[in-house]
Design a protein around this ligand. Sequence first.
Ligand code: GTR
Length: 453
Amino acid sequence: MFSRKSLVMYLTVFTIVSFSINNYAFGNAANKGWRSSPDLVEELTKRRSETNYSEQRVPKYTLPNPLVLLDGTSVTDARTWRTRCRPEILELFRKYVYGRAPIARPKNMSFKVFDRERKALAGLATRKQVTVNFTGAKDGPKMDILIYLPNAAEKPVPTFVVLNFGGNHTIHSDPSIKLSEMWMRSGSDGVVKNRATEESRGRSSSRFHVEKILKRGYGLATIYYGDIDPDFHDDFKNGLHPVFDKLIDSERAPDAWGSIGAWAWGLSRAMDYFETDDNIDNRRVTVLGHSRLGKTALWAGARDERFAFVISNNSGCGGAALSRRRFGETVERINKSFPHWFCENFKKYNGKEDDLPVDQHMLIALMAPRPVYVTSADKDLWADPRGEFLACRYAGPVYRLLGLRGLGVRQMPGLDQPVQKGTIGYHVRSGGHNLTEYDWQRFMDFADKHFQR
Ligand code: GTR
């Protein structure tokens, strides 16, 4: 018989062994799958010598086991995962990575539908534009949600919600989309808002493919991320932070929310609206984001389980990629370039990834049992494609504990060979850092499968 002490020791050693990744061994295992182009590695290394782009230079590391509680107890049943382990991990991400939102749904928040057109896009869709006034106060912070729902689809419709970088009017050339007010940096005034110009209408339509999404029977909702919080380090003087931070304390705590936390919180407020709209299937809402907004989509899906499907597109460091690999963008680098994205505590782990109580496979595990999909791009080594794949793989034990298949593969797939066998989907697409039609089609394939369409 094991004594309790030796059992704990045994489990700890087992954990370390099973989660230690010997790069040499992994390199062999990955023979058939995707590998970065040696020419690209050489070129990028020349350009940024301080950044590691080479698999050989990934340090040895040990990942925290998502199925061990902070007190060392192994989690072997779904109930303990649900009631103790999941809340613990979520709290670690709040405390050390993304920060804590000071409020859930504000009491006086209001919705105003200011546009409704049943024959939008030549009759293909119904378009709605809704202002969410976060505090209900006239001059308080607001965001506009632009929604297209396919007229041909049965209602309520499963819908994708996606934050956009350039303003709602950039996702399509539809002249009725309200021009967003854009946050701009201005010399003496810091950060100010200006109405966008007509010139930018439809500018990012190559990332949205609105008609194709509608024709596959999905709705699309989008919000300009700057409506929620400007993407500048402005000491949290603009956007949501000044309004809600004062509810907590006068000084910002080391675990106060950053911009990613605010954007994710805004997505939950959009979900609050969807729950009031009979034409949107609020039990089949997918949250999707690209790049920094992919990090945001993951955090939104982790904190708000109303999102039924979560998609991270090329999210990289602080998103789907394992921090401990220190490949491409690192914790230190991201905190220095974007000091406003994460909470202050995260900066303590600059160059000290091994001390982090979490790694990003645990963020992916927080989606369980819901489907989650992660993408990488062949040329986007900054975001560490292999690190993104591995995070999906090591989230697997949590899905398996819940009786589901995780990725369903152990090896990284080849280029443009989507893995859609289990509840975690993954692909590495040819090309660079972008959100393309190829990605969208794969997301909809996976959604069809999991939403039984
Ligand atoms: C980069 C940043 C990445 C990624 C990207 C983006 O500059 O280093 O983490 O999020 O921006 O959001 O476009």
